[in-house]
Write a protein that binds this ligand. Structure first.
Ligand code: UDP
Ligand code: MG
Length: 342
């Protein structure tokens, strides 16, 4: 147990306000866990700077120079939470036995990581942190999130209820994750597909301590929509069913109107005509739009673009064959930081 190397991966986007506190809290936690012999003293915290526009990278880099726990991974530009997280997991993988991912705002209770480690030592390869309640969320966020999980379940996507991206994964699990090549990344949906022995730990989520949420409503909506269309073809089936039903209905109405005509009771109505044109037109547009959505996804996947590009990696510095190159990069960054004089 003493030589289990844990790496905590923290994606950060414009988090300068909270970062110093996050570093202190996580460092204390690692100290405690090491004292308890739950983890090795070679455990690390890997901060992934997701192309922040503020002093986030500077804080990470400078801290890394004096703090043995702190390592940094700087992405070349902002690629979003999920991709940043993946970048961190992949960078941390080779030198860690297990990796815990957590948001920089520490809304997730870090004391739970201790339980994660206990479960890991019991043989679990994936441990999900699950929120007990959503009291600290606004009513709006709570209800939209709840309906999202219900909808996903209804569509047949296997999500862990009320689990965000606070989880532990073993080295083996991350290696398998690497084999999921999709560009439309929705980790919450993919991780359960790996299927190694897993467990959940319940905790209370706190409020964001500083800074503001990087997930405004528009992003949340896009995230949910991506989640649905990346995992399920039910929407396409739904359109098919609607199309079928409307076809049957038009047959029924058609024969009804024909019968009326032959009985001589015709009231040729402009209203019914124009409504049906709109109805059919609408249905067709929905169908085309949905198909377009999937075609768009195929298009993106076909390109196989890299999901992130690493600028600087201070975590894997100790890997010998990369050492030279990295050291040059490090000197470069150091110069840049000292030039700005901060
Ligand atoms: N984040 C990121 N890239 C982005 C947006 C967010 O790395 O483009 C990080 C952010 O720094 C935080 C985590 O993702 O550590 C979750 O973001 P946030 O706390 O704003 O989301 P919320 O908890 O409000 O859903
Ligand atoms: Mg948050």
């Amino acid at each position: 147990m003493k030589d289990t190397v844990l790496t905590i991966v923290v994606p950060c986007y414009n988090e300068e306000e909270i970062l110093p506190e996050t570093i202190t809290c996580l460092q204390e936690l690692l100290d405690e866990l090491t004292a308890e012999s739950l983890i090795s003293d070679r455990s690390k915290i890997l901060f992934v700077d997701d192309g922040s526009k503020d002093r986030t990278w500077e804080i990470i880099y400078k801290e890394g120079l004096k703090n043995k726990y702190v390592k940094g991974l700087k992405l070349a530009r902002n690629v979003g939470h999920q991709n940043a997280l993946l970048a961190g997991l992949e960078a941390a993988r080779d030198l860690s036995d297990c990796v815990v991912s957590i948001d920089a705002d520490l809304q997730d209770d870090i004391r739970v990581i201790r339980e994660f480690m206990l479960k890991f030592h019991d043989g679990c390869e994936i441990v999900y942190g699950v929120r007990k309640s959503r009291e600290t969320d606004t009513f709006f966020k709570r209800s939209t999130a709840q309906s999202f999980y219900k909808l996903m379940k209804g569509l047949g996507v296997d999500l862990v209820y009320n689990h965000a991206d606070f989880r532990l994964m073993s080295q083996r699990a991350i290696k398998e994750l690497d084999r999921f090549k999709e560009v439309n990344l929705f980790l919450r949906g993919i991780v359960p597909l790996i299927g190694f022995r897993s467990d959940v730990v319940y905790y209370d989520r706190l409020e964001r301590k500083a800074g503001e949420t990087k997930y405004p409503f528009k992003k949340m909506l896009a995230f949910a929509f991506d989640g649905i269309t990346s995992f399920s073809i039910s929407p396409i089936r739904f359109v098919l069913v609607i199309g079928f039903v409307s076809f049957l209905m038009s047959l029924a109405f058609g024969s009804y109107f024909l019968a009326l005509k032959f009985l001589g009771a015709t009231q040729t109505g402009w209203t019914s005509l124009i409504t049906s044109i709109w109805l059919i037109g609408g249905l067709q547009l929905i169908a085309i739009g949905l198909i377009g959505e999937y075609v768009g996804k195929i298009y993106k996947e076909a390109k196989q673009r890299p999901k992130f590009i690493v600028d600087i990696d201070t975590f894997n510095l100790s890997v010998p064959k990369r050492q030279l190159l990295k050291r040059r990069e490090e000197e470069f960054v150091y110069r840049k930081v000292s030039e700005t004089g901060k």
